[in-house]
Design a protein around this ligand. Structure first.
Ligand code: NAG
Ligand code: NAG
Ligand code: NAG
Length: 319
């Protein structure tokens, strides 16, 4: 019988750390998120029955990767995000998008890796295909010589990586991953968003829509002038856009850069090559982010083949 072969207490103590390697058996991903400055994320996820049950009760080691926004990110989140999470169903959508099945450790993250999120879950009531989290690795220069690596998940910088829980991995991010993608590509996004109806009309007129429907592995960044930007164009330039197809195409191609450049990857004096093959100058300072003379008004719309930023002005490639 086992009781006749009792282990001495000291031997048992020596074994314990091996049996419970974390010294914290059952610390799940939400508890780890909470312990690492993402307490709002953890408490909101705890309010979503399906998600909470999964993240709190699943025991599978490496079961999940959670991109948990920290409390500062929550406090800085935009009004549209606050509105989304005020409803329990859409709260779950927002949080599901921050979770993926299986382990994606920092060593697995590559530029333009697409990680399948849990959004939309079978219980969420959203009729979409599963949405991707795009990871990026940027080299952001602070001046000519010094640069730092910035790793992002759908544009949110990972500020603390690889926090191990009993049932997964937690990365802490400094921004909420918002707006939620819908599966639209850059063209569909521009078509479906009322801010960009003039731009969409011109893209169609220039026969550029097909060229912008690239594969998700060949992402694009579109600096999308809003409707107001087009109404601000001087009449002679507007006339040329309307009448000269080459001119229109050149101008539109100047608004598209090759690669997925979320705001976190944009730095002062950076140049991005446009589809028009002329560089775009990025300027970044206390006043925000500018591309040429256009201000980035609303950044980081994740689309299936890249990212769309709303800008304030139409950029003309020749002076
Ligand atoms: C960007 O370029 C301007 C003009 O050359 C310069 O004054 C500024 O210091 C540069 N910014 C950085 C971060 O190097
Ligand atoms: C429109 O662009 C596509 C490629 O993006 C091309 O195949 C097609 O021939 C173009 N149509 C016209 C009318 O130029
Ligand atoms: C149309 O625009 C192109 C590009 O700016 C220019 O080279 C060409 O001369 C223009 N054509 C006319 C008829 O103005």
């Amino acid at each position: 019988m086992a009781t006749t072969r009792k282990l001495p207490v000291l031997a048992l103590l020596a074994i314990l750390p091996i049996v419970f390697p974390q010294g914290a058996e059952g610390v799940n991903v939400l508890e780890v998120a909470k312990d690492n400055g993402a307490s709002m994320f953890a408490s909101m996820a705890g309010q979503c029955p399906w998600l909470a049950n999964l993240l709190e009760n699943s025991k599978e080691p490496n079961g999940f990767t959670v991109f948990a926004f920290n409390d500062k990110a929550y406090s800085e989140s935009p009004p549209a995000f606050r509105k989304l999470i005020a409803n329990t169903q859409t709260l779950q959508w927002a949080l599901e998008y921050h979770v993926a099945l299986g382990p994606t450790k920092s060593q697995d993250i590559k530029d333009n890796l697409l990680v399948t999120s849990l959004y939309p879950s079978p219980t969420s009531g959203a009729s979409l295909p599963l949405q991707f989290i795009r990871t990026n690795i940027y080299h952001v220069y602070e001046n000519d010589a010094i640069h730092r690596q910035v790793v992002t998940a759908s544009g949110a910088q990972i500020v603390a990586a690889d926090k191990i829980a009993s049932n997964g991995i937690v990365h802490i991010i400094d921004k909420v991953m918002f707006p939620l993608p819908t599966g639209a590509d850059v063209v569909e996004f521009i078509r479906d968003d009322g801010r960009f109806s003039t731009l969409y009309g011109f893209l169609e007129k220039a026969n550029l829509t097909q060229a912008l429907m690239t594969d998700p592995s060949r992402p694009l960044t579109v600096f999308a002038p809003n409707n107001q930007a087009f109404t601000n164009i001087p009449k002679p330039i507007m006339d040329k856009l309307m009448t000269n197809a080459t001119y229109l195409q050149d101008v539109l191609e100047y608004h598209v850069a090759m690669g997925a450049y979320y705001a976190a990857g944009l730095y002062d004096n950076q140049t991005l090559m446009s589809l028009y093959r002329k560089p775009l100058l990025v300027q970044r300072g206390v006043g925000g982010i500018y591309v040429q003379d256009a201000k980035v008004l609303q950044a980081d719309n994740t689309v299936s083949n890249g990212v769309v930023h709303e800008i304030s002005a139409v950029m003309i490639p020749y002076k």
